[in-house]
Design a protein around this ligand. Structure first.
Ligand code: SF4
Length: 373
């Protein structure tokens, strides 16, 4: 089953750490963009079966419920969208009210992913986020009142000036709201992020590496105790509430990306759309292809992808499935380089499976380099 990803590149303000494909909201550009997206959907749709739609951004909740509804309807016309499709909207707390959320729900959205990032106001201010902790709590209440029974909350750790105790406070606040799913990310500050200047001006620093490891491990321990199950490096869920859409990225699935900068992978071919919003709108309007960098993946690349993404999952890599699908014996190829990780106790090799321990997930990138040939 195909997953459909729709990129909405608008934000009410640009956060000082953000490296996504986004720009400032402009109502006129947004209207032209939604029209282009509808046109791209009509052009790209091939009737294939699909069971997820994911509105990512940017801040998709800046669109009107009627616009989200029109985009979902277009997807349902163009693909064989399953009756129980998971339809996710990423939302920022400051953009939602109970009425708007009820509108999104009525339009067909059945899963809400709220970008909370922290439940401590001083941390939100340092990140230049527009919402407060109490606004995030209100947004969850409004979402429940609007009928959402599948909510995911995002938190970030290793924030400037954040202590391990501060981080645990946010995790506990998240647990108190009882979402069905949570994503716990380590903040990575890219080289030219405005946050770096803000940190220099404010003399803010981040905790040492061992404290970051403590944040990760203790945060996940708390989620375990609250009944969540970790299924990916940064993701936990109540039983049956994994993100079906994101699982496609991690289990060798197929997805069609629509909108500027959106990536697609289908039948061993990978491409992405032009990143610029205006170039995208103009390509669609002019009947030109929006795709750039279209290429057929080699069997070696497909195998590498399967190993990389498999290692992200708590279930790990099913080496028998890899052998069947790619004809590759993972241990024969990489066992020599993987053995030291097994000896350290961060990688478990039990015949049919290769998986990282939770502590191993902290050094996942180091382990993954073994798979690059
Ligand atoms: S709201 Fe999200 S996408 Fe928009 S600028 Fe902030 S972090 Fe980036």
């Amino acid at each position: 089953m195909l997953g459909l990803y729709l990129h909405i590149p608008f934000c009410a303000a640009i956060c000082n750490y953000c490296n996504f494909n986004r720009g400032l909201f402009d109502a006129a550009v947004k209207e032209r963009y939604v029209a282009a997206l509808l046109a791209e959907i009509a052009r790209a749709a091939d009737g294939a079966p699909a069971d997820t739609v994911y509105f990512g951004g940017g801040t998709p909740s800046l669109l009107e419920p009627a616009e989200i509804g029109a985009l979902i309807d277009a997807c349902a016309r163009g693909w064989a969208l399953a009756a129980d499709a998971e339809i996710t909207l990423e939302a920022n707390p400051e953009t939602v009210t109970r009425e708007r959320l009820a509108g999104f729900r009525a339009a067909g959205v059945n899963r809400l992913s709220l970008g909370v990032q922290s439940f401590r106001d001083e941390e939100l201010t340092r990140l230049s986020r527009l919402h407060s902790a109490s606004r995030a709590v209100e947004a969850v209440g409004a979402a429940r009142a609007a009928g959402f029974d599948n909510i995911s909350l995002d938190l970030m750790m290793w924030l400037p000036q954040q202590s391990v105790a501060d981080w645990r406070q946010s995790v506990d606040a998240l647990i108190a709201l009882a979402p069905e799913h949570a994503s716990l990310y380590l903040l990575e500050i890219y080289p030219n992020a405005p946050l770096r200047d803000a940190m220099a001006r404010g003399r803010w620093s981040v905790a040492p590496d061992d404290a970051a490891a403590d944040m990760y491990l203790s945060g996940l321990d708390r989620m375990d105790s609250a009944g969540y199950v970790q299924y990916e490096i940064s993701n936990v869920a109540r039983p049956g509430r994994r993100s079906r859409h994101n699982m496609k990225y991690w289990t060798d699935g197929e997805w069609a990306g629509l909108g500027c900068g959106a990536h697609s992978t289908r039948a061993g071919v990978r491409w992405h759309n032009v990143a610029s919003t205006e170039e995208y709108i103009s390509a669609v309007a002019g009947g030109r292809s929006t795709a750039v960098d279209r290429r057929v993946l080699s069997s070696e690349e497909r195998l590498e992808d399967a190993l990389f993404t498999g290692l992200r999952l708590s279930d790990g890599i099913d080496t028998e499935a890899v052998k069947t699908r790619y004809g590759a014996d993972v241990w024969a190829r990489h066992g020599g380089e993987l053995q030291p990780f097994v000896d350290q106790g961060v990688l478990l090799h039990d015949g049919g499976t290769l998986r990282l321990t939770r502590a191993g997930m902290l050094i996942a990138h180091e382990v993954m380099t073994v798979f690059i040939r």
